[in-house]
Each structure stands twice: as structure tokens, then as C-alpha cells.
Design a protein around this ligand. Sequence first.
Ligand SMILES: Nc1ncnc2c1ncn2[C@@H]1O[C@H](COP(=O)(O)OP(=O)(O)OP(=O)(O)O)[C@@H](O)[C@H]1O
Length: 683
Amino acid sequence: MRAPQRDRLDRDFADELEFLTRVRRALAWMLEHAQMRVATGDQVAGDRYTAERLGRMLKSYAKELAEEPDSPLYFGRLRFGDGPDADEHRNQSYYLGRRRITDDTGQPLVIDWRAPVSSRFYRASARDRQGVAARRRFGWTAHHPVRLTGFEDEHLDRGEELGTASQLLTAEIERPRVGPMRDIVATIQPDQDELVRADLDRSLCVQGGPGTGKTAVGLHRAAYLLYVHRRQLTHNGVLVVGPNPAFLHYISAVLPALGEVDVRQLTLDEVLGETPPRAVDTDEAARVKHDARMAAVLRRALYAQITEPVEPVVVPVGSYRLRVTVTALARQVVRIRVEDVPYGVGRERLRARMVAMFQRQLEAHGETPTRRWLDTIGRARPVVAALDRAWPKVRPDELLTALLSDPDALARAADGLLTAEEQKAIRWQHKPRSYKSAKWSAADQVLLDEIAGAIEHPASYRHIVIDEAQDLSALQCRALARRSAHGSLTVLGDLAQGTSPWAASDWHEQLAHLGKADSPVEALTVGFRVPAVVLAFANRLLPGLHVAAPPTRSLRTDGALRVRHAPDLPSATVAAVGAALEHEGSIGVIATDALLATLSAALRAAGIAVNAAEEDSPDRRVTVLPAALAKGLEFDHVIAVEPDDIVRAEPRGLNRLYVVLTRAVSRLDVLHSRPLPALLADG
Ligand SMILES: Nc1ncnc2c1ncn2[C@@H]1O[C@H](COP(=O)(O)OP(=O)(O)OP(=O)(O)O)[C@@H](O)[C@H]1O
């Protein structure tokens, strides 16, 4: 670098340090101000409840600001030119960060990464400058205290553009992983940004290979939507659904780090709100219960509760006897069925129609019934009795108990939908004494939700982000469709990573079950996690997975792969972990359930402290976890033990192995005592 340039860079850096001091000062002012408001909050608010809420809000705001110095205050700067594309930003310069920071006059020093103009930071290129003259990315130390280390410029107006060659991007994706997942606001890529900023009303599906940033995109979209539609979405507006608690724990810090604490993050079981399952289905029973045809079976069983009226409804009122004839009642039942409302709404409608008929009769006698009279009539014993016969109240658990324990009822509901073998597979061998003592399996809980949803629609979220969506069954999709009937979806997944017995092989089908049949399927194909050498190894499995998914291109040229034949797996694992501990970052030992206890015992005997799947104690860098829980997680160093076991442990074992091998951020060790699965060995 020539001296004059060096001088200029030094000057620039000095200017940046000066600006940083200004921002720090502004932040300190904001913090002090917020704390003052906390102190006075009690007095200014009207009642105690409001005061408490306000106090809590201000405290968390103050706390957020106080924690701010631990993370970089901004990550980039945009300098606009004076061309027409700059619009109202002509000759302006903006710093971009996780939060907006203002000075004591309210002038923004740092703007939010979600503000409209920030999208130009992520998307502007030398070919499509969008008015941007130069983009600057800042580098910061990774550890506390956070210090500015430098910056990287792209003068788009001079045709300069780094794209994925940016050293700061490379440093970020090659950074050793410790603790939970982090946000990616500093390095969101143009195609990711388009997905993040998609309109609230747009449902979309993202198909992306391992480590292409699907989870990151989904979480950042949630944060973006909350920023743009704050008022609409604050209370129960946004839900994130993940495959298991270990995964949710891993991603749990991302949204709070972006200042968003109002997003619910749940597993599907938690969405259904059920207690843990108390029964286990056979594979065949589970397959049938999760099939889309079951929705039709349940609907038929539900509506089979409605019976043809055989008696008129007679209500004595004073000297009159008001009456709904059998024919009139039957006609209303048929009409309401055609109106296709939820079962529970139908029952109430039938009650209202009976009341309306009584009202007309009373009016014919020259009387005007009051509102109260109408309410009383609606609850009169003959009306309720007629309603209970014609359109009875249904409890989902009672209906399902009857269906699964009565072969004839099941045969009637499943006629033409399920084969005799399929009916047999889901029938209970032992009939419970009552629905109260029935033991429900995980699949039964989805069926109960289906029935409950047909009786009454559940409350709808405005937006749901569904991660690992390829693994959902038709009925699980329907459960989420019901909860987003008035909202939109971000559906994330990878067909190649489908491991459930009902995993999707086609996104359009899955989207139809999710109630968003016409949503576009977008692809992410650049891998930010798995190094090229590891990805090439894992991709050997693709021909055996029988899915049409675009291949992933890794951005990472570093990384290491070691495949070793090891007759004594526990001691080979101990040795591999010992070597891995020489490097920085997290270590994941992944094997089948059957092997785990032996491996953990061997590690502990060697004096190595290990975390189990959902733990991440900072003083234990090694996690031992079953292959079944590896989905969505990542570790710097993965030690995959006995791939052949992983493949044989379940019907979609090859897909499971693909998931396991693609958890590695830097290094993958494969230890095997038996031959490797043919596709891996042949590559
Ligand atoms: N634009 C980006 N800049 C920096 N890091 C990124 C970017 N996009 C993704 N990453 C990182 O890549 C890793 C993988 O991302 P993520 O877990 O979202 O991928 P995924 O597609 O959900 O993977 P999988 O399907 O294998 O679970 C994460 O550590 C994430 O932070």
C-alpha cells in the first residue's frame, strides 16, 4: 500500500474512532434518560397496574441499552452519491446497527438495520448501485471489551464490489462457534435480504441445503415484520415453530439480541398444548394417523353425531305452545350443514334458528319478545334437549375414544378412506373404561387437535415461521394451517433432511396441507456453515435420498475431514475429542441412542466433562447427543460415530446421516468400526 493511501486510511480510521466516541456518549445519555424514566415511571402513570407495566417496560429498555456496549454499536455505513437513484438520501451518510441510537437532540446517529434505507446496504451492487456511492463494513473484536478493529470499503461508484469475497464476511462465517446461535445482521446476503423483507401478507417457502441460512432468514424475517408492523404483531402476532426443545434452546438468543422479546418460540407439541404423550403407536398406526385421509375420517365421525330430528320442539309460554315442527328443524339442520361453518358454530346457529322461529310465532300473536326472553328461550329445556339430540356437543377426547375403540364406528367413518388393514392398525386393542382414562400417543394429540379445530377454529397468529417443515405430517401441517388461517407463513426446510416417516418429497404438496398452496418456493444455495470438503463428503449421500433439491455450494474453503476405521469406538472417540479440544469452539459427539451411554461413560472416565443434548454449560465444550436431536444444530467440530448404525436405526437413516454429517462448522471426524454405508465409501 502506498504511503498517501495509508495516511488517508489512518485519517479515516481516526475519524471513525471519533464517531464511535460520539455514539458511545449518545448511548450513555439514552441509558441515563431511560433510567430516569424508570425512576419516575411510578409517579407518572395513572393506576398501579399501568405503573407496573410501564415500570417493567422502561426497566427492560434501560437494561437493553445497558447491555448494548457488549455488542458492536453498528456494523456498516452507507454513503450515497448525488445521482437520481439516491432519492431523498442524496449525499447522505448513514451508520447501520442492531438498534437505532439517537443523540440528545433526537437526531439518529445509527439507524436500525430494518429501516427501509438499510436494505440498500444489503442489496446494492456495482451493477445496481441504488444510489449508493460506497459501502463500509466495520470489524470489531469478538470478545469483551468490544473494540473497533478496522473497516472494509466497497466503492460501488468505482465499480468495486467484494460480494462473498469480503474478509469480514469470511471472518464471520469462519468464527469458531460457542454458545447459542447469533444474529447475522452485519452480513445478510442479497438473496437472504429479499426473503427477510418480504411483505407480511406474503407466505413463502424456502428450500435450502444444510447451512444456507434458512433458520437465520426465518428469525430475521420475524424481527423485520415486528419492526414494520409493531402494533399489529406485538401480542401473539408472531410464532416460531421448531422441531424440538434442543433446537429452540439453540436459536433462543437470536430474537432477543435483535431487541425482540415478544415472539413465541414453541415446538409443535407445545403449539398443540398437550401434556407429554403417554402411549406409543406402532409405526403403521402412526403413519395412518398422520395421513391426510384421517382428517376426512374424523370429520365424518364428528358429523355422524348429527341425527335426523324425530320429534317437534314444543315450548309452553303462558297460554301458548310455541312449536318447531320436525320438518322445519330437519330443514335447518340440512341448511346449516351446507353453510359449512365449524361444528360448534353450527350448533349455536341451530339454536338461534329455533329461537327465531319461536319469536315469529310470538309476534304473530301480537307480542314483542325482549332480548332477555329470547335468551331464556334459547336455554329452555326442550330447546336444549332437541339441540343435544340433533346437533350434540362433542368433546374431542370422547369422540376419538369412541372411534378408536369401536370397530363399527371406525368402519363407518373410514369407509372408502382407509383399508381394513389400516383401520386395524389404528384400532385400540384395549378399550379404556372411559375417555378420561385414555392414554394418548403423540399422533393422537394431533388427531384431537384436528377434531377440536373442526369444532371451533383456534386463534390465528398473524405470522408463523415454521422451521424444518419438511418433517411435518399432513395432519401436523393442518394444525399449523388452522393457526395461520388469517395470517401468513415462512416455511423453511430441506427435502434432503427429511427424517420423519411422513417427510415431504414435494413442497407444493406440503404447502397445500399448510393452507398456502400458491406460495412461491425460493431456493437458498450458498452454504455458510459446512466447509466444501465436508459438504462434498456428505453430498455423496444425495443420490440415495431420492429428492429433487438444488445442490449447495459452500462458501468455506477451509475445514477438515477425517474418516477413520476404529475397532474400539469408545477409545477412538476419547482420542478424537482430546484432539478436538486443542482447537477453539464447540464439539459435538453424535451417535445413535444405543451407543451414547458407552461413549459418554468413556469420555467421563477420561476426565472430559460433557453436556447432554439440551445443556450448554460454558465450561463444558463437549456435547454428546443422539443423531435424532442433531437437526438444526451446529458444532465447530463434529465427531460422527458409526455411520452404519445411524443409517440402520430408522427407515430414513440415510437422511439422518446426511443431517449429522452437515452439522460441522470447521472439522468433521467420522469414526467407524464397521464398513461405511456404500454411498459414502464409494465416493
Ligand atoms: N449471511 C450470513 N452471514 C454470516 N453467517 C451466516 C449467514 N447466513 C447464515 N449464516 C450462518 O450459517 C450457519 C447456518 O445457518 P442456519 O442454521 O440458518 O442454516 P440452515 O439453512 O437453517 O441449516 P440446516 O438446514 O442445516 O439446519 C449459522 O451459523 C448462521 O449464523
